[in-house]
Design a protein around this ligand. Sequence first.
Ligand code: HEM
Length: 118
Amino acid sequence: DDSLYRAWGGKAGIRAVMDDFVARLPAHPRIGRRFQGVDAQHLSSQLTDQLCELAGGPCQYNGPDMAAAHEGMGLKKPEFTALVEVLQEAMAARGIAFSDQNRMLARLAPMHRDLLEK
Ligand code: HEM
């Protein structure tokens, strides 16, 4: 079922949201420091593949799994919440319908188990 993929405007639509999202992160008061010096183009590209796959699109995420990608960061739940808020800003700015925002967030939410500090 690729209905969520299509609702987001395909891969180009997802990439536009991810570019916006990644550009916002370094300025965030609480989690911005995490993204200082991070390669924004790489991160946006990896996130695009990941969300495209999650949305049922014809993509495959080939990067490290979520535990490995965030290993050693010691991430806590409030940081996850802050990141989701930034994503909500980017989705709204790019005109993703609220219901389609929430369908994507529901697919991302379970990942907190893998990437937060145990
Ligand atoms: C649903 C939540 C999240 C998803 C889907 C996600 C996904 C990803 C992906 C796909 C990468 C790229 C991995 C690679 O190619 O090397 C990445 C890297 C990264 N993530 Fe996350 N992430 C999430 C939450 C967070 C949170 C809460 C933080 C911190 C507040 C965070 C901080 C980072 C940083 C700093 C990098 C870059 C590491 C580097 O390149 O040096 N992530 N994330």
